[in-house]
Design a protein around this ligand. Structure first.
Ligand SMILES: Cc1cc2nc3c(=O)[nH]c(=O)nc-3n(C[C@H](O)[C@H](O)[C@H](O)COP(=O)(O)O)c2cc1C
Length: 180
């Protein structure tokens, strides 16, 4: 079985983030099936169209990584019923310049942890953006985690068995989705 190359993004910049914890757990659970690589989005400049003529090298590199990936995995918190600004900033940068879009046709799965609704609204906003960017969005299984204090330790490591099983299921579906 070929090892799939999955690029992962966490919407949280917090050191002990539950969402980054979900990505860490997924990377461990993927075993020999997938190489899941977390991208650090925290140091990208704020998007400014004036900078496009001197496109930041790290974002040109990220666009290439997205192109080369077999699939993408997002874990996002919900901020004010949407996605955090850092994630939107990354999506805005990588969608530019117009016509040079690495997201087109890219298989994408989303998950999220936090709040009472388990990031449902944030993930729908994320999917809305990704749909516009012409990504191939995996609709099922949906993946929402609430009650985070009981499911992660203080370092943001996942400790909950049921959520672990949900990740395994999501990764299995993602593999099938990529290969279909
Ligand atoms: C600026 C801000 C806005 C937030 N807005 C929401 C929200 O709209 N809905 C929600 O369920 N939780 C909201 N929260 C709570 C986050 O879901 C919670 O802090 C979550 O644990 C953050 O994810 P992380 O652990 O990966 O950093 C908000 C938190 C912050 C800091």
């Amino acid at each position: 079985m070929t090892k799939l190359n999955i690029l992962a993004f966490s919407g949280s910049l917090r050191a002990h983030s539950y969402n980054t914890g979900l990505i860490r757990a997924a990377a461990q659970l993927a075993g020999d099936q997938m190489q899941i690589t977390l991208v650090d989005i925290s140091s990208f400049p704020l998007y400014n169209q004036d900078m496009e003529s001197h496109f930041p090298a790290e974002l040109t590199q990220l666009k290439q990584q997205i192109r080369e990936a077999d699939g993408i995995l997002f874990a996002t918190p919900e901020f004010n019923r949407s996605i955090p600004g850092g994630l939107k900033n990354m999506l805005d940068w990588t969608s530019r310049p117009y016509g040079d879009n690495p997201w087109a046709g890219k298989p994408v799965a989303t998950m999220g942890a936090g709040g009472l609704v388990g990031t449902a609204l944030a993930q729908y906003h994320l999917k809305q953006i990704l749909l516009y960017l012409d990504a191939r969005i995996m609709g099922q299984p949906e993946f929402y985690v609430s009650g985070t204090k009981e499911k992660f330790d203080e370092q943001g490591n996942l400790t909950d068995e049921k959520t672990t099983e949900k990740i395994v299921k999501l990764l299995t579906h993602l593999r099938t989705f990529i290969e279909s």
